[in-house]
Design a protein around this ligand. Sequence first.
Ligand SMILES: [Zn+2]
Length: 118
Amino acid sequence: MRTETSSLLTAAWRGFRLTCPSCGQARLFRAYLKPIDVCPNCTADYSGIRADDGPAWLTVLSLGPFLVPLAFLIAVSGWPALITYPALAGMIIGAVLLLLPRMKGVVIGALFVSRGKA
Ligand SMILES: [Zn+2]
C-alpha cells in the first residue's frame, strides 16, 4: 500500500534521512545496511527492492570530487606523511561509512517511486 509519496525527490530525501520513502516517519533500516521489509507506519513494501551496486556507486561519485583534491593538497603540502595519510584514510573511511546507508536510502526511495509508475 502506498501513501502520499509525492515525488522522486521527496522519496529520495526521505531515504537520505534514513526514513521510509513513503511516509518519512519510520526508520528505513533495521541494521546498518539492511532495509526493513514492510514499513510499520504506512505498510509500504520494500521486500522486492534491491539496491545492488547503486549505493556504492553513488557514494564514490559524491565523495570523489571532494576527496581527490583533498588528497592532492595533503600530498603537496609537505606535511608528514606518517600522520596525514592515516588521518586521510580515517576521514575517507568515516565519510564512506556515514554516506553509504544514506545513498542506499536514496536508491531505495528512487526505486520505490519508480516501481509504482512502471
Ligand atoms: Zn512508511
